[in-house]
Design a protein around this ligand. Structure first.
Ligand code: SAH
Length: 215
């Protein structure tokens, strides 16, 4: 086994201090070199706890948010997970270390291609990706044990929640009236009811309906 990058160890310690306490999630972050997921000119900042720009005017989420959202999903190695908004692929990579299989959808072909190359380089073979409109979910692969949306949804994403298994969990940033989003955890109880917990304010790029025209 190789020694973890000291910058990663430091990042993990700082996340732990800020509420990411699940040791499996921390270990997954420690094993995922964030420097590989950002453009060359930002590599120096990759191990700081901040979002960074990626291609197509999008962003790679802040590590703390990745950690907290992953923790909220309460994953295990039997989980089939759907992610909307592949972006850099970083969140998917972290999920792939904790779940059985990750399905991820991105509307920009450029980003999807870059993410695919990273998954290959890291040999993350349990990630399946697709270019398309994630607001429709992935009906051919539904239902999912877990769903994570990494872009701000204007309203409760019912189409996605319909693809969640009974007993499943979805974590979604939903627009609020303060110009940000509220991170909501939806728990699909076995009796069919949907429970909603509003957790914290977050700021994501918007979830855009439809296919991306260029790129
Ligand atoms: N999870 C990413 C964060 C990406 S930011 C990471 O770890 O880097 C959100 C991403 O959602 C952007 O790449 C954006 O293009 C994508 N997105 C926005 N609307 C979408 C939609 N309808 N379907 C699929 N992807 C979408």
């Amino acid at each position: 086994m190789t020694m973890a990058d000291p910058r990663l160890i430091q990042l993990v310690m700082s996340l732990r201090g800020q509420g990411v306490t699940d040791r499996h999630v921390l270990a997954a972050i420690e094993r995922t070199p964030r420097g590989l997921f950002v453009p060359e000119r930002f590599v120096d900042q990759a191990y700081e706890n901040r979002p960074l720009p990626i291609d197509c005017g999008q962003t790679i989420s802040q590590p703390l948010i990745v950690g907290l959202m992953t923790q909220l999903l309460n994953l295990n190695d039997r989980c089939k997970v759907l992610e909307i908004g592949t972006g850099s692929g970083y969140q998917a990579a972290v999920l792939s270390r904790l779940a059985r299989r990750v399905y991820t959808i991105e509307r920009y072909r450029t980003l999807a291609k870059e993410a695919e190359a990273r998954f290959e380089a890291l040999r993350l073979t349990n990630i399946t990706q697709r270019v398309g409109d994630g607001t429709k979910g992935w009906p051919e692969q539904a239902p999912f044990d877990r769903i994570i949306v990494t872009a701000g949804a204007p309203v409760r994403p019912d189409t996605l929640l319909e693809q969640l298994k009974p007993g499943g969990i979805a974590v979604v940033p939903v627009d609020n009236d303060r110009g940000t989003q509220t991170l909501i955890r939806y728990t699909h109880d076995k009796d069919g009811s949907l429970r909603e917990d509003a957790l914290m304010d977050v700021r994501f790029v918007p979830l855009v309906k439809g296919e991306a025209k260029a790129l």
